[in-house]
Write a protein that binds this ligand. Structure first.
Ligand SMILES: *Cc1c(COP(=O)(O)O)cnc(C)c1O
Length: 367
């Protein structure tokens, strides 16, 4: 039997990730593989750290990329900050807050879950009762990819720190698409993923740990439950000691390096403005088709447009035709939004006028 040759179709990726990849990033990934302790690779790690610090707007030395997807970034921040029995508050208004609860419980945290309806965001008032119990860590999702809601963090951060807790933030979908101010907002631990607004294939999770988080890690009484994600060991590889920990995914790192370089070439502010402008163009076009947004007005993410599926429209059929006739991938709803919303991504390289126009024309044809 002949095994078919690899021949993936060309797609326009406008779902919740992975997003469209610029050819420069794919070309970077095809460069020669070198060793993970090669002096050239060590230089590349330094460059990657420098660019990640700029994007996270932080001076945190412990800023690096975990060798796995965004969910491993979530695990890495949680398992390093949580010892069995520690109390953690998790804010849940969509799928990813729910995932953080599961991860925290598996790490042995005593979890208090606070909830808002899907599509809405949290205010300080929502957190007050839970903060009175003096939790050690508070976890929250900045860009909830299941609902398209954009969570403000500044005031919540103040309340969390006044209560003596550490703030842990999911920036998987936000990093590269909207400003993420780690130092200014005093975020203690944060994680992202390579395949959303960074426009790199999936496989790396940028993370950053601030001084208070590192103090907690270094004063633990128990070992971190995960050998692979133990940040004190990873620090010896990403820091000046360069002690072998695991074999870094070299060519994935080439991809992330190039993707970050492209964001810095464009300029972070210009990149955020491009995401916003394309979101506004899409929103205006969808509104002409009678399609409205699922997330709270004033808190809608530019890079993830969760919209109500129009009455009487067959969800699977339209998404199938978008894919098969026009090569466009958009996302269906997850969890409580399954069958109710479409999730249209304008992430990274996918946030382009060409994509917006193509999708609007295709939807006009299909509806
Ligand atoms: C995609 C996503 C994750 C999970 O990332 P994976 O790369 O799929 O593991 C976590 N949080 C949010 C908000 C996401 O959008």
């Amino acid at each position: 039997m002949a095994i078919p040759a690899l021949n993936p179709p060309l797609r326009t990726l406008m779902g919740p990730g992975p997003s469209d990849i610029h050819p420069r990033v794919l070309e970077a990934m095809a460069k020669p593989t070198i060793g993970h302790l090669d002096p050239y690779y060590l230089q590349l790690m330094d460059g990657m750290q420098q660019m990640l610090r700029q994007l996270f707007r932080t001076t945190n030395p412990m800023t690096m990329a975990i060798s796995a997807t965004g969910s491993a970034g979530m695990e890495a921040t949680v398992v390093n900050l949580i010892e069995p029995g520690d109390s953690m508050v998790v804010c849940v208004n969509g799928v990813f807050g729910g995932r953080m609860v599961d991860v925290a419980e598996r790490a042995g945290a005593d979890v208090t879950k606070i909830e808002r309806p899907w599509g809405e965001v949290f205010t300080v008032d929502d957190l007050v009762p839970a903060l009175e119990k003096k939790p050690q860590v508070v976890g929250i999702v900045m860009a909830e990819t299941s609902t398209g809601a954009s969570q403000p963090l500044e005031e919540i951060s103040r309340a969390v720190h006044d209560a003596g807790a550490l703030l842990l933030v999911d920036a998987v979908t936000s990093l590269g698409g909207i400003p993420v101010e780690v130092d200014q907002w005093r975020i203690d631990a944060i994680y992202s993923g390579s395949q959303k607004c960074l426009s790199c294939p999936p496989g790396l999770a940028p993370v950053s740990f601030g001084p208070a988080a590192m103090e907690k890690v270094l004063s633990r009484k128990t070992k971190v439950q995960s050998w692979y994600l133990d940040v004190s060991m990873l620090a010896n590889y990403w820091g000046t000691d360069r002690v072998y920990h695991h074999t870094a995914p070299i060519n994935m790192s080439y991809g992330l390096y190039e993707a970050l370089r492209m964001i810095h070439e464009e300029g972070m502010e210009a990149c955020f403005a491009r995401h916003l402008a394309n979101h506004e163009m899409l929103k205006a076009g969808l509104s002409e088709l009678g399609i409205s947004y699922a997330a709270q007005e004033g808190h809608q993410l530019p890079m993830l447009n969760a919209v109500h599926i129009p009455e009487g429209v067959d969800d699977a059929k339209v998404r199938g035709e978008l894919l098969n006739r026009f090569g466009i991938e958009i996302g269906g709803g997850l969890g409580a939004f399954k069958g109710k919303v479409w999730r249209i991504g304008l992430m990274g390289h996918a946030a382009r006028e060409t994509n917006v126009m193509l999708l609007l024309a295709a939807l006009r044809k299909l509806l």
